[in-house]
Write a protein that binds this ligand. Structure first.
Ligand code: HEC
Ligand code: HEC
Length: 174
């Protein structure tokens, strides 16, 4: 038979162990989120200001592609170029294939001159690619909250600087 004294001692001991563990594993609510502020209010939330490149088109340094055939980030200032409207697309004013070389801009790639629905080559940029900023964005210079450990692997040596989507689109498809 276990005595009452032993039972009480065991109960007290287990209570210590339980609370001891609980205390050492507790995080305050403010520590839980990436913002490190109260989770239930936006009052103290201050986002870092965005800081886009102010370097003019023609003088900027292009970014490495994030992965093979990723849409490249816009490396230059886009002040006065956005929004793109039906009547005005200044991006095409420099990146259209017939103009690009003269202003030392990268020409839109072959995939932008192709209709993927009808599988037809187009003479001009596809209307599906007209709204450049739908896929291409400038990059803000802010410190990431969580480090990105993704390592891209490129099949071609210049894959981080050039695209060839239309050539490889059907790779692996029979
Ligand atoms: C005045 C000419 C001009 C205009 C307008 C312009 N760009 Fe550019 N863009 C360039 C040049 C030149 C480069 C090459 C980098 C440099 O010299 O600054 C470039 C680079 C880029 C790149 C990077 C290409 C790469 O190979 O990595 C992208 C993406 C881009 N521009 C998209 C746009 C978009 C979208 C717009 C419209 C919002 C736009 N550009 C408007 C001239 C222009
Ligand atoms: C639907 C998404 C989408 C739209 C809209 C779009 N692009 Fe792209 N762009 C991409 C992707 C994805 C790539 C890389 C893969 C490839 O070659 O298509 C790319 C590549 C590029 C490149 C790099 C070319 C090279 O040879 O390295 C330039 C420059 C570019 N786009 C400019 C533009 C401009 C200017 C517009 C607007 C007229 C535009 N894009 C509209 C998705 C888009």
């Amino acid at each position: 038979m276990v005595s009452t004294k032993t039972l009480i001692a065991a109960a007290v001991l287990s209570a210590f162990v339980a609370t001891g563990c609980a205390v050492s594993n507790t995080m305050s609510e403010e520590e839980l989120g990436l913002r490190k502020v109260d989770l239930y209010s936006e009052k103290e939330v201050v986002a870092d200001p965005t800081s886009y490149s102010k370097v003019a088109a023609g003088e900027s340094k292009v970014y490495q592609r994030a992965f093979e055939n990723a849409p490249p980030m816009i490396s230059h200032d886009v002040e006065g170029m956005l929004p793109i409207t039906k009547a005005n697309n200044s991006c095409l004013g420099c990146h259209a294939p017939e103009i690009a070389a003269t202003v030392k801009a990268t020409s839109v790639p072959a995939s932008h001159m192709y209709d993927l629905r009808t599988m037809k080559q187009l003479k001009t940029v596809s209307p599906a690619r007209y709204n450049c900023s739908q896929c291409h964005a400038p990059q803000s210079n802010n410190a990431p909250l969580v480090e990105n450990t993704f390592q891209p692997e490129f099949r071609s040596a210049d894959g981080a600087a050039k695209t060839n989507l239309l050539d490889v689109l059907n790779d692996g498809v029979r």
